[in-house]
Design a protein around this ligand. Structure first.
Ligand code: UDP
Length: 469
């Protein structure tokens, strides 16, 4: 008998949406509260469960922590469950994840053996999951990792929505292969949610498809206001800024770099991402070294979580090592312009505070993803009124209006990236204008109240048996 895995229930905070009022206005919060009362009415005691593959690291965990905290406060019974897996399972799911982004991942097959690994782990989770699920529950299953549990949930009588946070516009051979793997599990779900309509494959019935963009929370340690002194103190503590002033006692990042640590006034160009090939850290490095003049005082910081810090991300170590190798191959002068950093994940609040400080302190934030469902890091930097240069891929193209609330480049345009970064470094007024517009854009479109209202509409249509579109 294989060992049984236990789905784990993640504790949820209790978050009063009233706290959003100073940022979005009384009217928006009042509208949300009214909607919550309606949702309580039509849910009529039903629970809304969420199922995902990790409680920390990456965008989905980031979103669920706070969004479900508001849901709970508004009197809607909700829970967040996380499956257990092993390294072989996460290797397969990472291959699927990369495939849905149109990439080969580790290049290995998604064949019967991969299916066996995938289904085997999910089967071992199913007993403990089904012990929790009731026939009148609504279950939102997030991403490919737990997607193979959708059929069991349907058999248990639940209303099941599959929420896919990844995707590419159109398709290629890798995405087609990944979709063939996933489709048999999810195709009978009652509802599908994608961050963009163009991410949904053609076989998803349009009347079962809802398009909902993610959101960020302005009060998490990642996004909450920090004044300039706090910001610098955190960066000194973590080792990103020279320690010649007040410093906060946080775990230091593991920094690979040469030469003096930047002073508080030296501009930093920053990309914060998981060590994932789709984030193209090496591309940012190359674009900076080649495209930003050596005479510029700016330094590049590429930062991500420690490489064993994210459960469902087995590629992180390899991507980190490849990036370090590329850095090593630079000239001494170039090496001194670039720092690579691993931010500890032992204490997630501390990690988030350091990321917050880095994004806030950055002169320019970059997100050179090759594919992106929705760039949380982009929204986070925009919220902090930072000028962002990002690839015009996937959800990012909906987040930034080029030239208005940030700058967009084609994902393979290294010269264009270097040129945009240089332009922003040399034009503080332009950078400030883009940053201010970015903050307004996030306020109007990417905060939790908008996200929750769209989920409310989805639930209403789902339970009434109406088309979701
Ligand atoms: N992140 C973090 N610590 C790190 C690196 C990244 O908390 O050291 C966060 C980042 O701030 C963002 C999330 O991880 O909130 C990544 O989400 P995104 O949508 O950018 O990419 P994903 O990881 O979902 O592909």
């Amino acid at each position: 008998m294989p060992q049984r895995y236990e789905v784990i229930q993640v504790p949820l905070p209790d978050l009063d949406p009233r706290r959003l009022a100073p940022l979005v206005g009384e009217e928006r919060v009042g509208g949300l509260e009214e909607e919550a009362a309606r949702v309580r009415g039509f849910l009529d005691g039903r629970r809304v469960l969420n199922l995902s593959s990790t409680a920390h690291g990456g965008g989905v965990a980031e979103i669920l922590h706070t969004l479900l905290g508001y849901v709970r406060h508004m009197g809607i019974e909700t829970a967040w469950l996380v499956i257990e897996g092993d390294p072989d399972f996460f290797q397969v799911t990472k291959r699927i994840h990369n495939g849905l982004y149109g990439g080969p991942g580790d290049g290995l097959a998604l064949d019967a053996a991969a299916r066996g690994t995938y289904e085997g782990v999910l089967a071992r989770n199913s007993a403990s999951l089904l012990a929790v699920v009731r026939p009148d529950d609504v279950v939102v299953v997030h991403d490919p990792q737990p997607a193979g549990l959708v059929p069991s949930l349907l058999d248990a009588g639940a209303r099941v929505v599959w929420r896919c946070h990844v995707g590419i516009d159109g398709e290629n051979a890798w995405s087609t292969r990944a979709w063939s793997f996933i489709r048999p599990y999810v195709e009978h779900a009652h509802g599908f949610v994608f961050s963009r309509a163009s991410f949904a494959p053609p076989w998803v019935p349009r009347d079962r498809l809802a398009v909902i963009a993610p959101s960020i929370d302005p009060f998490t340690p990642k996004n909450a206001d920090l004044d300039a002194d706090d910001t610098l103190a955190l960066l000194r503590g973590a080792g990103f800024v020279a320690a010649n002033g007040p410093s906060r006692d946080v775990r230091p990042a593991h920094v690979v770099g040469e030469g003096a640590t930047p002073g508080p006034d030296e501009p930093l160009v920053v990309q914060v991402s998981r060590w994932d090939r789709m984030k193209d850290m090496p591309g940012v490095l190359e674009a900076f070294v080649e495209g930003v003049p050596a005479s510029s005082p700016a330094r590049l910081v590429l930062a991500g979580p420690t490489v064993d810090g994210v459960d469902d991300d087995p590629e992180a170590r390899a991507v980190w090592e490849e990036t370090v190798e590329i850095w090593r191959s630079l000239s001494a002068q170039e090496r001194s312009r670039v720092r690579l950093a691993l931010i500890p994940m032992d204490d997630l609040q501390e990690n988030a505070l350091v990321v917050n400080a880095l994004q806030r302190h950055a002169a320019v934030v970059v997100q050179k993803s090759l594919a992106e469902g929705f760039g949380l890091t982009v929204a986070e930097a925009m919220w902090k009124s930072r000028p962002v240069v990002a690839s015009a891929v996937g959800g990012i193209a909906d987040q930034i209006e080029d030239g208005e609330s940030g700058l967009l480049i084609e994902p393979d345009d290294l010269a264009g990236l270097g040129e945009r970064i240089t332009r922003l470094l040399e034009n503080p007024l332009e950078a400030e204008r883009l940053g201010a517009n970015a903050r307004r854009r996030v306020t109007s479109r990417f905060l939790p109240d908008r996200h929750l209202l769209e989920y409310a509409e989805l639930l209403e249509h789902l339970l009434a048996g109406r088309p979701l579109a």
